[in-house]
Design a protein around this ligand. Structure first.
Ligand code: AGP
Length: 608
């Protein structure tokens, strides 16, 4: 995510802004910038790379005098990392400056509207439309201009705003992306997160959705989107700085698990317009989509597991043959690729050496490549013919959760688009699928609410030596990811098996009390998997079942059941993985492992 800071008070603003941004560096970023009102102008200084480049450019803020300002660290979503795309963004007359965290879903429509009104854009960002829209609506009253913009803009945003004609005020606006206000001793602050203000105050206000904060050096006022003033109580923060960086969560992994509803929303919503799937960045017309002969999905680790799930979805919905490869295998097995094939490379970091090499192999053979990547401007994002970003924000924990969930829904969207264009599904079916998709965030949220129950269950398996995950069809793909999560953060040996394979060898490993997690979400396979569960239990296994609400027969078969809400059978992975993530997390915590930085692992494997 991007980081926002703002300050107005008795001190020089630039050093406070730079200090605040340094406390937000953990959020990940590729460029930074500050804007300070120097008594006459709003001066802006931006830079790519690390924050210290900006500090050096401004001599730690000394070259930017003034007592009010805003600052930003950018995690690119729209437009590669560059000085031009870095925030703050001006309006054309440089009388307004804006910093933004979030995703503006209707920015293309608004950009077109503003260009038709004569506005010229300098960046590729969605944020710049806010500066021009504020310019269009500003007639002397900043609050009125802001509320009008809020009525036009769709998506998630936390904004910091300066108006040259109102130098004694700093404005903050929030919708979905977090933003707080701090009441300091010699001035007031805004920030995306608590760590940025702790040096100055522990008295903070949490701006709620669709609220506006207006700061002067002595006062703080809050308004709703209708411009009505709102009373608000301050909260005293008693976190230490380390806990604050994790938003109060004990680990980044837990924080990122809880961000999954928003990252799924951010990945889905900008690509669903008036009930249609619209993926501009795909760069493929209907003719090209119809001509796809075969899809090769190539990735590593969890990204590979997301691809295995997608195989069932693409083949089930779009009836396109799919082959899923581990990147480290694909690049050396002289794969058979036809010119009408599509190679999809999935990668959170966009820097995984094997996945990058696989991409280059496919390109060398003249096959169209699509990257599904989280880090904007990364190698795979730059080198793939087309890139579809998973707007999950920076993922700090080595074990992926929110990026994996975003990779799933990005592929669901592709499968629905391909199925519709190729005539495999009709309008009403596509509409039903999209409705189910858009329910996923709240269903994930509900499953995350089960954490205490799962924590209690997990505590029973801290000393486990072997844990097996089994499932059939798409449930086998979920089992793979559930097993990897447990292995990589708790160091417990675990394996995923197609449930039908157990009797071909693995079942000999089952001993009294061996935990087996059975994923049972595919209704047409319930009976088959339940019979596997019976086999397992008759040999002493303790079976945890993850299944759909309403599958009552499972209670007679399994020892412990976790229910997931009803959704389309192709989307169950997005829900079933939540309890499995929580289970692995709490086993790891119970064992005292380093959850965010597990031994021997790196967040991105940039070497072979
Ligand atoms: C997943 O929890 C692991 N951190 C690892 O398997 C990861 O998915 C794999 O290394 C691929 O990384 P990428 O998505 O950045 O390419």
């Amino acid at each position: 995510m991007c980081g926002i800071v703002g300050y107005i008070g008795e001190s020089q603003a630039a050093p406070v802004l730079l200090d605040g941004l340094s406390k937000l560096e953990y959020r990940g970023y590729d460029s930074a910038g500050i804007a300070v009102f120097d008594g006459e102008q709003i001066k802006v200084q931006k830079s790519t790379g690390r924050l210290k480049v900006l500090s050096e450019l401004t001599h730690d803020g000394a070259t930017m005098p003034g007592v009010s300002g805003i600052g930003h660290t950018r995690w690119a979503t729209h437009g590669a990392p560059s000085n031009v795309n870095a925030h703050p963004h001006y309006n054309q007359t440089e009388t307004i400056a804006v910093v933004h965290n979030g995703i503006i879903e209707n920015y293309l429509k608004l950009r077109k509207y503003l260009e038709e009104k004569g506005y010229q854009f300098v960046s590729e960002t969605d944020t710049e439309i806010v500066a021009h829209l504020l310019d269009r609506y500003y007639k002397g009253d900043p609050l009125e201009a802001i509320t009008k913009v809020m009525h036009r803009v769709e998506g998630s945003y936390a904004l910091g705003i300066l108006f040259k004609e109102h130098p004694d005020q700093v404005f903050a606006v929030r919708k979905d992306s977090p933003l707080i206000v701090g009441r300091g001793k010699d001035g007031n602050l805004i920030a995306s997160d608590v760590p940025a203000v702790l040096k100055y105050t522990r008295n903070v206000y949490f701006i709620q959705n669709e609220e506006i904060a207006v700061l002067t050096k002595e006062s703080i006022a809050f308004y709703n989107v209708d411009g009505d003033e709102l009373p608000k109580e301050a909260t005293t923060i008693d976190w230490d700085i380390n806990a604050a960086e994790k938003g109060g969560y004990e680990h980044f992994m837990l924080k990122e698990m809880y961000e999954q509803p928003q990252t799924v929303r951010d990945t889905l919503n900008p690509r669903i317009r008036e009930g249609e799937v619209v993926i501009e960045e795909l760069g493929m017309g209907e003719t090209e989509i119809r001509a796809i002969h075969k899809i090769h999905i190539v990735a590593c680790g969890s990204a590979y597991h997301a691809g295995v799930t997608a195989k069932y979805v693409f083949e089930g919905l779009a009836r396109i043959p799919v082959e899923v490869d581990l990147a480290s295998e694909f690049r050396y097995r002289n794969p058979i690729l036809a010119e009408d094939d599509l190679v999809i490379i999935i990668s959170q970091s966009g820097e995984t050496a094997d996945s990058l090499a696989a991409l280059r192999e496919a390109k060398q053979r003249g096959v169209k490549t699509l990257g599904i990547v989280n880090v904007v401007g990364s190698s795979i994002a730059r080198e793939a013919d087309q890139v579809m970003y998973t707007w999950a924000g920076p993922e700090i924990a080595v074990a992926t959760t929110k990026a994996y969930s975003a990779q799933l829904v990005a592929q669901y969207l592709l499968a629905i688009l391909f199925a519709k264009v190729r005539g495999e599904i009709i309008e009403t079916e596509a509409a039903g699928l999209l409705q189910d998709l858009q329910k996923l965030p709240e269903q994930i949220e509900m499953l995350l609410g089960n954490k205490e129950r799962i924590q209690r269950f997990a505590n029973r398996y801290i000393a486990a030596k072997d844990v097996f995950f089994v499932g059939r069809g798409i449930d086998f793909a979920i089992s793979m990811e559930g097993s990897l999560k447990l292995k990589e953060i708790s160091y417990i040996h675990s394996e995923a098996y197609a449930a039908g394979e157990l009797k071909h060898g693995t079942i000999s490993l089952i001993e009294e009390g061996t935990l087996v997690a059975a994923v049972v979400t595919q209704e047409e396979l319930y009976k088959k998997t339940i019979s596997n569960i019976v086999e397992l239990r008759s040999r002493g296994a303790f079976v945890l079942a993850v299944t759909n609400t309403g599958n009552r027969e499972i209670e007679k078969a399994a020892d412990y059941v976790i229910y997931i809400p009803q959704t389309n059978r192709y989307f169950t992975n997005s829900l079933a993985i939540i309890p499995l993530q929580l289970f692995s997390y709490y086993v790891s915590v119970g064992k005292g492992c380093d959850v965010d930085k597990p031994r021997n692992l790196a967040k991105s494997v940039t070497v072979e």
